[in-house]
Ligand binder design. Structure first.
Ligand code: ADP
Length: 497
């Protein structure tokens, strides 16, 4: 299918959406029901491609393929080194196909092409390589026990894993779940988000080309309450990983508990505080806050969505932040220089506009933005609210859009309490020249990641995950492989000891 007609979309010679079917047992197949759903172009709201719609029956088929691949296939029997080599090849193929992957990601998700290529695909390649490098370095321990026995601990894969992923970073979320699961020797069934199924299918084709055996990786596009629920509640899936809203995370955990008590890792919502202290370099602070909130159209679970600014610099900060937000280039994500594309879909678009209305109604001061951009697609102006109070909805709930809330604070003691007064605990940030203050705050924040004088800087070797209701478990590198393995104790008698 050709890219949709848009006056701005550049021609991509020979581009077409190649993969639109379910990927089960190494083949692209129709859904058992023959149903399809449309994935939309967020620039226009028009259909982009019809994708096979998997449901419980297809999940059943995918789990059966994954189970067979686990029990009888080569994948769990390969050494970590051999699995690592295949995953390195997968990463190489991603890199070789970066233009097409990035194009497809932008088409389906709406994020600027520059970011798709240099942030999403680049960090995804790194994720796969980091995990591939760990595949042959996982080992247990041996020791002499009391009496004539030797004890051994052995890391083993769980078996069949399930992954349910969101639409904000479709490629990255796919590899964050799939690469460690496969590196650990599991076989897996993935459900991409219904808004953005295209790159997951493309990645499945690359994984096959890299040598991932049939059945070891299965991708079932479909909807949450059908395909997603079938994964979470499946009796033959041994571990499930989920990234998405806290609300759905609770449903996943409940389904896991009610079925076979499969362990879950959850990466959920956030309402992360970013603290600007009065000694901060103001321009740097404004830049950091801008990235913290507006990156990826505000669609980041880690978004710095509560900007706490110390009273003495509040006015100066707000003026500069507004000036910067107004300069942000919103438009067709394929156009060079565009920093902000559309929100992913109409549901998100409407939800964000409702939050903007609620901010106004609750008395926050709308300093810039607040409206849709254009009359087609899901574009929203970069928006800043000042004078936000802790109990307002826009200060408590995750907006997942380009809406910055600025709050005033006086003292650090007061700040720490207010910053931690959230059910979430995914990330936090502080901008200050005083490293004593930075260190004190970094240790005080009840959050899984803390940025000092920067924001949205990630590395596959650092643990990533949430405190409180922002999640369970840690992802990235070694942490993510170990989250996909269980430990066995083996005891043998020792002669002549
Ligand atoms: P968002 O609100 O950002 O769309 P969700 O948490 O609703 O995020 O969705 C993240 C992923 O969870 C998607 O793949 C979605 O299809 C899936 N999902 C939604 N509802 C359910 C459910 N009841 N059971 C399992 N998966 C679900």
């Amino acid at each position: 299918m050709a890219p949709p007609s848009s006056e701005h979309a550049p021609a991509y010679p020979g581009f077409s959406v190649k993969y639109t079917k379910l990927f089960i047992n190494g083949e692209f197949v129709d859904a058992i029901s023959s149903k399809t759903f449309e994935t939309l172009d967020p620039r226009t709201g028009e259909a982009l491609a019809s994708v096979a719609e998997g449901d419980a029956a297809d999940v059943e088929k995918a789990v059966a393929a994954a189970r067979k691949a686990f029990e009888e296939g080569p994948w769990p029997r390969l050494s970590g080194y051999q699995r690592g080599r295949i995953l390195f090849k997968f990463a190489d193929l991603m890199e070789q196909n970066v233009d097409e992957l990035a194009y497809l990601e932008t088409l389906d998700n709406g994020k600027p092409l520059f970011f798709s290529k240099y942030a999403d695909v680049a960090s995804s390649v790194k994720c796969v390589r980091t995990v591939a490098g760990w595949a042959d370095k996982i080992s247990g321990q041996t020791f002499k026990m009391d009496g004539p026995y030797q004890g051994m601990s052995v890391y083993e894969p769980y078996g069949v894993t399930g992954a349910i992923i969101p639409w904000n970073f479709p490629i990255l979320m796919f590899v964050l779940k799939v690469a460690p699961s496969l590196a650990a020797g599991n076989t897996t069934v993935v459900k991409p988000a219904e808004q953005t199924p295209l790159t997951a299918l493309y990645l499945a084709a690359l994984a096959k080309q890299a040598g991932v055996p049939d059945g070891a990786l299965n991708v079932v596009p479909g909807f949450g309450p059908t395909a997603g629920a079938a994964i979470a509640g499946h009796m033959d899936i041994n571990k499930v990983g989920f990234t998405g809203s806290t609300e759905v995370g609770r449903i996943i955990m409940e389904a896991a508990a009610k079925s076979n008590l499969k362990p879950v890792t959850l990466e959920l919502g956030g309402k992360s505080p970013l603290v600007i202290c009065e000694d901060a370099d103001l321009d740097a602070a404004v830049d950091i806050a801008n990235v913290a909130l507006f990156f990826n159209m505000g669609q980041c679970c880690t978004a710095g969505s509560r900007i706490f600014v110390q009273e003495s610099i509040y006015e100066a900060f707000v003026n500069k932040a507004v000036e910067k937000a107004k300069k942000r280039v919103v438009g067709d994500p394929f156009k060079a220089g565009v920093e902000q594309g559309p929100q992913v879909d109409e549901t998100q678009f409407k939800k964000i506009l409702e939050y903007i209305e609620s901010g106004k109604a609750e008395g926050a001061k709308l300093l810039t933005g607040g409206n849709p951009v254009g009359n087609k697609g899901y574009f929203i102006e970069p928006t800043i609210f000042g004078d936000v109070k802790d109990d307002m909805k826009i200060a408590r709930e995750e907006i997942f859009g380009p809406v910055m809330s600025v709050l005033k604070f006086k003292t650090l003691d007061e700040l720490v309490k207010r910053a931690n007064n959230s059910m979430y605990g995914l990330a936090a940030g502080v901008v200050t020249k005083d490293m004593d203050v930075a260190n004190r705050l970094a240790r005080s924040f009840r959050a899984g990641t803390v940025w000092i004088n920067c924001y949205h800087v990630y590395d596959q070797s650092l643990p990533f995950g949430g405190y409180k209701m922002s999640g369970i478990g840690r992802e990235h590198g070694l942490h993510s492989i170990l989250a996909h393995m269980q430990l066995k104790a083996i005891i043998t008698p020792l002669k002549d000891s």
